[in-house]
Write a protein that binds this ligand. Structure first.
Ligand SMILES: Cc1cc2nc3c(=O)[nH]c(=O)nc-3n(C[C@H](O)[C@H](O)[C@H](O)COP(=O)(O)OP(=O)(O)OC[C@H]3O[C@@H](n4cnc5c(N)ncnc54)[C@H](O)[C@@H]3O)c2cc1C
Ligand SMILES: NC(=O)c1ccc[n+]([C@@H]2O[C@H](COP(=O)([O-])OP(=O)(O)OC[C@H]3O[C@@H](n4cnc5c(N)ncnc54)[C@H](O)[C@@H]3O)[C@@H](O)[C@H]2O)c1
Length: 475
C-alpha cells in the first residue's frame, strides 16, 4: 500500500524538531504536528531556556549583594521580577526564530498545528485529515506531575508552565520537590528576593546525584538563607485570609504566597489514542526497545515521552537514533553509557556515568579520584573554591563516571565525557592544562590514580629508596 509520507512526527520540541529537520534535509517527506501554536516545546518555552535565563538574572543580583567581598560597595536598590522575566522572554523570542515554522517549511517540512490521534496502526488523523506514513515518531514530551496534596487544586499553584509569567514576586514561596527544577528555581527566586522554603521528600536534595556532591549544593542553598525541610512531603493546603497555608506529613506548617510544584514529569500520551496503534505505555512512559521502536515497530518514540533521562540533549540523541532507524535500516541501538547532565544551581553540579556506590556494586577495583576546587588557583582567584571533582575509575584507568560540583561544572564535565565516549584511560586527562584555569580540577583529579597507586605500592617505594641510596653511594 502506498503512503503519503516517510515520517509523521508528533510533537515539535527538542526530539521532534531534530527528527523533522534532519529527515527533510535527507529528502524524506516529513510532516510535523504540534498542538501548541508555536514550535520549540518545553525546553524553549517552559524549561531550559527560561530557567537558565532567570538563573542568570538571579546570579547578577547575588553578585551585586556579595560585591563587598571584593571591596566594591554598592546598594542594591530594587529587584523587579517582571523586568528579570522580560529578559527571559527576550531570550525565548530570539531562540524562537531558530524554531520558526518558516525555517522548518524552508527546510521542506510540512507543519500542521493541532491535536490529533491514531485511528489505526498506520494512520494519524488531524484536523479532519488522515495522514498515512511509513513510520511515525511520537515526541510529545511530558508535563508536570500533580502530587496528591489535599486542597492544592483549589488553592492554586505554580509549575514550570506558568512560573515564568508571574506578574509579581511572591514574598514567600514554598517549593515542593528538591530535584533539579526545585533547586534551580528555588535558588533563583530566593536570590531575586523571595523567602523560599524547599520541601525535600528525602534526607538529601537532588537524590539522583552523588550524595557528597549534592551536600555541597545543599550547604550553599542553606548558607544563602533558603530553608530546607528534609524527609517531608507536602500533604495539605488551605487558603486562609488570602495566603496559602501548607502542612507537611511531619506537621510543619508554612504560610506562603505561592506554591511551586517540582515533583517530576509525566509523559504526554493521553490524547493520542495509542491503543488504536497498538502502542503500549509503561510506568515511565511509552515502552520502547533499544532501537526506540514502540510495541508497534513502525512507530518510534523519543524524548521525555519514553521517560528515562529527561534532558534536551538526550532527546536530541534519541532523535538521531530514531531518524537512522526509521528512514533506513532499523539497526541502530540507543547507547546510554555516556550521558552527561548538569544542574545549574550555584555551585553547578554535573555528572556523567556511574556514582561511586553504583561503581562499587559492579566492580571490586574501584578508585575514587578527588580534587577540591580549593586546590585550584583559578577557583580561589574567583572566590569560588567550594566543591570538587570526583572521577571514578577502575584500577586499569577505565573511567566509570565523574561528578563535578563547583564553578562551571556543566562546562568542565565535557572533558571527561569525551574521554569516556572514546574509551580513553583516565591518564588521558592529565595532559597539559592552561594555568590558571578551572579545568585544572580535572587534570589534578585524574593524576590521583597514579598517586594513589604509588602510595599503595610499598615494593616500588622501597625499591626506589634503595635505588637512589645506591646511586648516591657510587656517585
Ligand atoms: C524547568 C525545566 C528546566 C529544564 N532544564 C533543562 C536543562 O537545563 N537541560 C536539559 O537538558 N533539560 C532540561 N529540562 C528538560 C527538557 O526540557 C526536556 O527533557 C526536553 O524538552 C524534552 O524534549 P521532548 O522533545 O521530549 O519534549 P518537548 O520539548 O516538551 O516537546 C514536546 C512537544 O510535543 C507537543 N505535544 C504534546 N502533546 C502533543 C500532541 N498530542 N500532539 C502534538 N503535539 C504534542 C508539545 O506541545 C511540545 O511542543 C528542563 C525541564 C524543565 C521542566
Ligand atoms: N538542569 C537540567 O538539566 C534540568 C533542570 C530542571 C529539570 N530537568 C529535568 O526535568 C525533570 C523533572 O525535574 P523535577 O525536579 O521536577 O523532577 P525529579 O523527579 O528529579 O524530582 C522531583 C522530586 O520531588 C519529590 N517529591 C514528589 N512528591 C513530593 C511531595 N509531595 N513533597 C515533597 N517532595 C516530593 C520526589 O521525591 C523527587 O525527589 C528532571 O528529571 C530533569 O531530567 C533538568
Amino acid at each position: 500500500m502506498a503512503v503519503d509520507y516517510d515520517l509523521v512526527v508528533i510533537g515539535g520540541g527538542s526530539a521532534g524538531l531534530v527528527v523533522a529537520s534532519a529527515g527533510a534535509q535527507l529528502k524524506a517527506k516529513v510532516v510535523l504536528i504540534e498542538k501548541e501554536p508555536k514550535l520549540g516545546g518545553d525546553c524553549l518555552h517552559y524549561g531550559c531556556v527560561p530557567s537558565k535565563s532567570l538563573i542568570h538574572a538571579a546570579r547578577v543580583a547575588y553578585d551585586v549583594k556579595q560585591a563587598d567581598r571584593f571591596g566594591i560597595y554598592t546598594q542594591l536598590q530594587e529587584i523587579k521580577l517582571t523586568e528579570a522575566l522580560n529578559h527571559v522572554h527576550q531570550v525565548i523570542d530570539t531562540i524562537q526564530h531558530h524554531d520558526s515554522v518558516e525555517r522548518f517549511e524552508s527546510l521542506g517540512v510540512e507543519v500542521i498545528f493541532g491535536s490529533g490521534q491514531f485511528s489505526d496502526p498506520k494512520t494519524f488523523t488531524i484536523n479532519g485529515r488522515q495522514l498515512k506514513a511509513r513510520n511515525f515518531v511520537i515526541a510529545t514530551g511530558s508535563h508536570p506531575a500533580l502530587p496528591p496534596i489535599s486542597g492544592l487544586q483549589p488553592a492554586g499553584y505554580l509549575t514550570n508552565m506558568n512560573v515564568f509569567k508571574l506578574q509579581a514576586r511572591p514574598a514567600a514561596l514554598a517549593v515542593i520537590g528538591a530535584g533539579p527544577i526545585g533547586c534551580e528555581l528555588g535558588q533563583a527566586f530566593h536570590r531575586l528576593g523571595s523567602e523560599v522554603t524547599l520541601i525535600s521528600s528525602r534526607d538529601q536534595i537532588m537524590p539522583k546525584e552523588d550524595p557528597e556532591a549534592a551536600a555541597v549544593v545543599q550547604q550553599q542553598l542553606e548558607a544563602e538563607g533558603i530553608r530546607i525541610l528534609y524527609g517531608q512531603r507536602a500533604e495539605k493546603v488551605e487558603v486562609i485570609d488570602g495566603r496559602k497555608h501548607l502542612w507537611t506529613n511531619q506537621g510543619e506548617h508554612l504560610v506562603v504566597d505561592e506554591i511551586l510544584l517540582s515533583t517530576g514529569q509525566v509523559p504526554n500520551v493521553d490524547s493520542l489514542n495509542l491503543q488504536a496503534a497498538a502502542v503500549e505505555v509503561g510506568k515511565e512512559g511509552i515502552k520502547v526497545n533499544e532501537k526506540l521502536q514502540t510495541t508497534n515497530p513502525n512507530i518510534y518514540a523519543a524524548g521525555d515521552v519514553i521517560g528515562g533521562y529527561q534532558f534536551t540533549h538526550v532527546a536530541g540523541y534519541e532523535a538521531a537514533v530514531v531518524l537512522q532507524n526509521a528512514l533506513f535500516l532499523p539497526t541502530k541501538k540507543a547507547d546510554y553509557r555516556v550521558i552527561p547532565w548538569a544542574t545549574f544551581t550555584e555551585p553547578e553540579l554535573a555528572r556523567v556515568g556511574l556514582t561511586e556506590a553504583e561503581a562499587r556494586s559492579r566492580y571490586d577495583d574501584v578508585y575514587v579520584l578527588k580534587q577540591a576546587f580549593s586546590g585550584v588557583d583559578r577557583a580561589l582567584a574567583e572566590a569560588a573554591g567550594l566543591g570538587f571533582a570526583k572521577i571514578i575509575t577502575r584500577s586499569n584507568g577505565d573511567i566509570l563516571g565523574a561528578h563535578i560540583v563547583g564553578p562551571a561544572a556543566g562546562e568542565l564535565i565535557h572533558e571527561v565525557v569525551l574521554a569516556m565516549s572514546q574509551n580513553l584511560k583516565v591518564d588521558a586527562l592529565t595532559g597539559i592544562h592552561v594555568y590558571p584555569t578551572l579545568a585544572e580540577v580535572t587534570s589534578k583529579a585524574a593524576l590521583q590514580l597514579k598517586k594513589q597507586k604509588y602510595a599503595e605500592n610499598d615494593f616500588l617505594q622501597n625499591f626506589l629508596q634503595k635505588f637512589f641510596e645506591f646511586r648516591r653511594s657510587v656517585a
